[in-house]
Design a protein around this ligand. Structure first.
Ligand SMILES: *Cc1c(COP(=O)(O)O)cnc(C)c1O
Length: 366
């Protein structure tokens, strides 16, 4: 079986973890500070604030923007549920603008139409490892004076015109087990703004600046040193892993380019893709539909995934939710019905990738 994702930590992580265990500092300490410094450098920002997962990173980023009840956050309908749950958790109202089919991210034209008098924040999701159209999106946030929170959970290291995803507004990242860089569970918030970074550090630690001096009603969103120790060695090897993912993606594209039943993902001009997922769309020209393709891939021992099977608001728990405004998103709905992600991760060998190509060709009947 070729799995869709593999979690493999090296000896350096093991050694650092042992160092933490022997140090007796298991909660947030010097390892977290080191992970933050190196993470900020990778994204190209002044500050990185570590938190316990990517969802709390989103909640904290929204909270420091001082949203009031009734304030709206406009985001992508084609995302992991955490994006929506964080907006609700932060007390705001979620509204959605449709995506583009070529990058699976917020469509700036749809976003422009969705911005209204209650809009306070735009929350693009940099999906699958490629950043959204940040030139157009930041033009809109500037024009309307809106906050910007980037869900960069899947796109650490992606760039737009050389600038890191997560460096345009408040960047939020996930270090969950299956993400490109992992601490098991973990998250990060990035910013160039000294004041926001300071408020985020206080917010994650019970609102406390010094012991028993509380400045705001905060949270316990702290990451542990044991987790940070697992992440630090991966930062050093991150560029190599991304290079490997990029090679694998190029090999998949070369092998599948002539297949009629598929629409392949592409790296758009000016954007550097880190290939968290390689996601194809199954078209009408394929012999079977998306679910048929998945059944045939599974039969051939190739792992695959559907990220995501429905638009994020298309579940009973959100249907009549007073703070979820679900305007139709036809592109996202169509993509959700036809997408399949196939293995692209750094642990694949060339012959694994060739096996994936052959299996996909067979599955669509090429
Ligand atoms: C993983 C992910 C999150 C949430 O991160 P957790 O660490 O699992 O809380 C948020 N948004 C997107 C797009 C993700 O893929």
């Amino acid at each position: 079986m070729i799995p869709i994702s593999v979690v493999k930590l090296d000896e350096a992580a093991e050694q650092l973890a042992v160092e933490v265990i022997r140090s007796g500092v298991l909660a947030q300490g010097p390892m977290v500070a080191r992970l933050e410094r190196e993470f900020a450098a990778l994204v190209g920002v002044e500050h990185a604030v570590a938190v316990n997962n990517g969802t709390t990173a989103l909640v904290a980023a929204l909270e420091v923007l001082d949203l009031q009840p009734g304030d709206e956050v406009v985001t992508s309908p084609f995302t992991f549920v955490a994006t929506l749950n964080a907006i609700i958790e932060a007390g705001a109202t979620a509204r959605f603008a449709d995506i583009r089919e070529d990058d699976f991210c917020l469509d700036p034209a749809a976003l422009s139409a969705a911005i209204g008098p209650r809009t306070r924040v735009v929350l693009p999701v940099h999906l699958y490892g490629q950043a959204a159209d940040m030139a157009a999106i930041t033009a809109l946030t500037r024009e309307h004076g809106l906050g910007l929170v980037e869900d960069t959970a899947q796109s650490l290291g992606a760039t737009v015109d050389g600038r890191g995803a997560g460096s345009f507004g408040l960047g939020t990242f996930s270090l969950y087990a299956t993400k490109n860089l992992t601490t098991g569970e973990g998250g990060m918030i990035t910013t160039d703004d000294d004041l926001l970074a300071d408020r985020l550090r206080i917010l994650r630690n019970q609102g406390m600046r010094q012991r028993y001096q509380y400045e705001v009603a905060g949270h316990n969103y702290r990451l542990t040193d044991l987790q940070a120790a697992l992440g630090i060695p991966q930062l050093a090897g991150y560029a190599d892993n991304v290079a490997r993912r990029r090679d694998n993606a190029a090999r998949l594209t070369a092998g599948l380019a002539d297949v009629p039943g598929l629409r392949l993902p592409a790296e758009l001009p000016g954007r550097r893709h880190v290939w968290h997922q390689y996601t194809v769309l199954v078209t009408d020209a394929a012999e079977v539909d998306r679910d048929g393709v998945i059944a045939r891939l599974t039969e051939q021992g190739v792992g695959c995934g559907i990220y995501y099977p429905r638009t994020v608001y298309d579940y009973d728990c959100y249907r009549d939710h007073p703070r979820v405004v679900a305007d139709p998103a036809p592109v996202a709905e169509r993509v959700a019905r036809s997408c399949v992600s196939i293995p692209v991760h750094q642990h694949l060998t060339d012959s694994d990738v060739d096996r994936v190509v052959e299996a996909v060709r067979k599955a669509v009947g090429a």
